[in-house]
Write a protein of this length. Sequence first.
Lengths: 375, 432, 495
Amino acid sequence: MDPLVDRLDRIRGTVAPRNHNARTIAALTSNPGCGRRGLMDAAGVNKGAVAGQLGFPAGFGQSRFAIARGNAFEAQVKADGAAELLQLLRERLGLAIPEVAYDDLSNVGGNASREVRYARTKALLARAAADRDDAGTLFDHPMLRLEIAGYYAYLEPDLIAFRAGGKFHVVEIKSFAVIDGQADPGKTAAAATQSAVYVMAMRELLAELGHPPETVSHEVVLVCPENFANRPTATLVDVRKQLTVLRRQLSRLTRLEAILDALPAGLSFDLAYDADQQPTRPADELRKAVSTIDARYSPDCLGTCEMAFFCRDEAAGSTSALGRSVRDDLGGVESIGTVLGLARGTLTPGAGQEEIAGLLRFAHKLRTECLDGIG
Amino acid sequence: MTNVIDGILRDFGSAAGRGVVVDSPPGAGKSTLVVRAARTLAEAGERLMVVAQTNEQVDDLIDRLATAAPTLAIGRLSASTYVPAQRVIKHGTVTVSGAVGDMAASAVTIGTAAKWATVTDGSWERAIVDEAYQMRSDMLLRVAGRFSRALFVGDPGQLDPFSVVAVERWAGLSWDPMQSAVAVLLRHNPDLPVHRLPVSWRLPPSAAEVVSSAFYPFTPFEAGTKPADRRLEFSARALGGGARHDAALDETLETARRTGWALHELPARHTVRTDREAVAAIADLVTRLLQLGPVAYSEHAPDGRPVTVDRVAVGAAHRDQVAAIRQALAGTVAADVTVDTANRLQGREYDVTVILHPLSGRRDASAFHLEAGRLCVLASRHRHACVVVARAGIAELLDTHPSAEPVHLNVPVRFPDGWEANQAMLAHLSSS
Amino acid sequence: MSILTALARAEAVESGRAQPLTTVRHTHIAERPLVLVPLSLAGEAAAPLAAIVGTEPDQPRLLVVANPRDRTQRFDFVAELARVVLSYVDGCARSVDTGAGGTKLRYAEAPQVIVPNRGGIEFVRLLGRSTRFRRPFGPYPVHRTVPILGQWLTFLRERADHPGSSMLLAMTEVLGNHWATGQSGLEDANLAALLGWIDPPGGLDGAAAAALAEDPLRSPPAGPSTDPTFDNEILAPALAAVARSDSDDFARERALAALTAAVADQMRPTWDLTWQAVRLLRGRPAGASVEARWAMDRDVFTMYHMALAEGTALPQPRRDSAVAAAGRLDRLEREQARYDAQRALDDPLVMAEFRLSGEAFTGTVVAASPNRVDTSGKKAALRPHITVQTEDPVRLEPGALLVSPARLAQQAMVVSVSSVDVVLELSKGMGRSTKQPAPGSVPEVGERVTYGPVTDAYQPPGRFPSRDDTPWTHGGPPPAVEYGPSDNDAAEDWS
């Protein structure tokens, strides 16, 4: 067995690795400088469970209204052999899609394994790709996979792929609205990165079959409700930048050896589940284990990482807790105590701190002067 | 070059299209083209308007045009606060005035876009819009009514126009006022011919390849000169000495002299923007450079021409950095060296440049620091050599950069991506 | 962000209390603002669920949509909201500002709508967008006030983009401009946490108060998004109970009461916090230019109110045309520059940012030649020199133009800078004489002065072509008729 995979398995402990999905893979790009997150993700650790056991449960709940709305919209777009989708692709995007078949790849009969479903996806896409003409098939629920730090992560996108003009396109259906041509830029960015994961996985699949990467278009079709109506609209989104970032960050994951080398040999995040599936690992011990790997906390983590509340607590008193730009403005001074000491002149600046110390002293003088006598 | 220009002028001369776009990488002969085009049209009896973006650019252009065509009547349209530059008034053929009415006799009328925007009547059949990628779409909207057809010339690798107010409101619109003039023009007139000047006459071969691949990945260009054409020598090697850092400075300058690039790396440290050590290093490098008596040998000066203070520039990302560097240079032999931000160095040319890397000393990179155009401008002002001063650690900074940029629908993706361009540039610098 | 702000945040961490970033308040707080706390249904673009609205802290008006997916009920909600908002807006147009001078009519008041956070502003935009194209006739007719509400909400939302305007405020942003907390800017978007640092409840320090504020059970989110757990465990059953009780009046009343109580519990804390913030802000003295900016708001309000009444109001299209976009950008940029300048001139702590970077300085006049005359030009001109001794690290170059907050009409040009002093040449703002400056117009020896790089001088607007003259570079003239309401809009079912 691959020693890296072996080591990661031991760190994760007795449970099976947490499945990656497009969202968790996309999240790998959100704070690539964080060794803690990088390692936990690579090892497939259930970060939410670890954070809970540490006493910092993450609040990433989803409203049932949002879920219901998302499902209803997707069902509507895909209804009747994706009739609405097809009309959009033809009319809005002007894609010359011939007479169409709709193939739901999740229907393989019985409870086929992911490997079997992947093989079936591969076989069908291979046939489509080999066709000189566009086969005219909408493939729903293809099973894709990506190699993440030695493991294959299987992706089951609620996704349609089709081939037009000799190229495969990925369709991403989202229930946030496009209003007068504009959508929430944060949600759109998240959708673009997730789609890029699928584009990448499809490219890998087709590469194994000998097709060049361009076989899968870097323009994905984003389908959203339009304005305040339930009608879907389609927009092409260019995900080339997202692909570059993903490629780079995934290739970095394999450089985990450097982090691992510095860690104690017996390190494990195992939660020691008992027979009732209750974690029994003492929080103190777990905290010690987690703290052996440096995190790179920034307040942005609160929206993207299950460990964030723990890391924030750990970062209390450091300038990182105040935000990236504050930390940067302070020229990298790490502790809030140091900032104040330098500002008040009670602390002698260390090597390389003379300049920020001078600025802080001046800033302190200015604040004192201006606020003197103001409540 | 001549062939390319002829082709451009043919397209512009034909009655078919309303506009022609010419993309010109750094130092690819944009000014030559503009002057040729202006002369050709004026000599054919056409009244021509020329739009540039800054007073500096207008004055440069007038000087070149008046020198190339000594009998041509030129109008210099200007605001009331404008003080005529010596290089403009020395030409007897130039009329300087704030009113277009005074330009009736001028075959060519030249002014800044801001000044043209105040002109409410008169129309010109043809216009030349210079530095069109620096011009914002809303400015083009204000002047486009004055002409019927236009030649748009500019460098697509420069800084994007920016604003201090929130502009998301217009994201995705084809007439988003925050686009460049060329972007808005091509979105509404996708069939206009786009020419490219394929050869940089400024950048030496050592720089052309790097800048081309990092910042112009889809529209490559090459150097117009051969490695043997450009040479930098130090004539006063023995001078100076004594100071503590001299060995490191000399090594950096020697590398730059030999290879055209040098990375002067300072120990990794997160610093405030006006990193005192980096500022001092720049001041030391520039003064040391001048003490070394640099002489540039090139196709223009095969027997060598001294690199004087006016042929050296220092570039930085922020105004406070510029102020700090100027202060450090005050009272030295380099006191008169140009020190400016990337914005203000656009379109300018020097023999040797020393630049403070925008990411030097940063712990986190903002979109501002990563903007491809910023580094591109800084790294493409030189004819002979460019010294980059930076704290170690930029590679790690780029690797740990979170990619959380918002995505707006229907906004064309801009290439190159700043993050990638920075990686490419850094890879080259580290290997040299 | 700057080192000054960063230091203030550090001080806040240490002291457990938010620290002021300004010495004065830069935002106008109206005598009678309208506070609006909206909630929307998760997963929908802009389906209102409930709102609390009102001008008196002790008289919250609660509006609830019993079935957020029912078109009729939604528009009943909007019509109710319209009644409150429109009567407030019209109330502001009741009296005329008699001190305004000139011939221009200006109302004495203007509406000021305060929402808890940035999301509230987006809610106002979306609700405005989804109602202004509705019509009281044709398919799915709505109450006649609905499109008028849409126009006002759109108007207010657009004003919120104008730097210095106080007609639609997100409370978290106003507070964040005035105080630095011991947490990050991202966390400051939570009104309860932000106020926890500024004005913590008895006995708590900022960090503890902010931690409590993050618990959705103790401190429900300030909307418009609801807490998912609330959605799943309370709201969903409550909505279902209302839906089930359709035919049973008694049950329906009970179910409605339960729903209303549930959403009121979610919104009431935010309502109280928003008013608490209003009181806090009122307690700070206003900056010198606040009144002038509010007068600008009132001018704009006066014009729009009259135009609507006369039927001459400009349409509010879905997106700006090329000309409209460029004109708006020009205006916003000029307003931003002026707002930035005014804040620095009104507030030494804002000016301190410029002092920190060496672009401004404060010092004492140690020499003055008030009668100095420059004879080098065609006409002799009064050009006094003063020498200011300063400890500030000045990074200015000769020729730089500066203004002093104490003498706004006067221009100062840097003549020379040494490590201890700056010599300035003054022009303008000295009266009519060409030989003698008016008394007090030139700083005297011993006076403490500040000079900075900003000026609030009026910048004239740019010239733009008319819509019909939109040039070919920008797609040519748009269609003659701007987008207006049609039956298609009526068909939009909001989910």
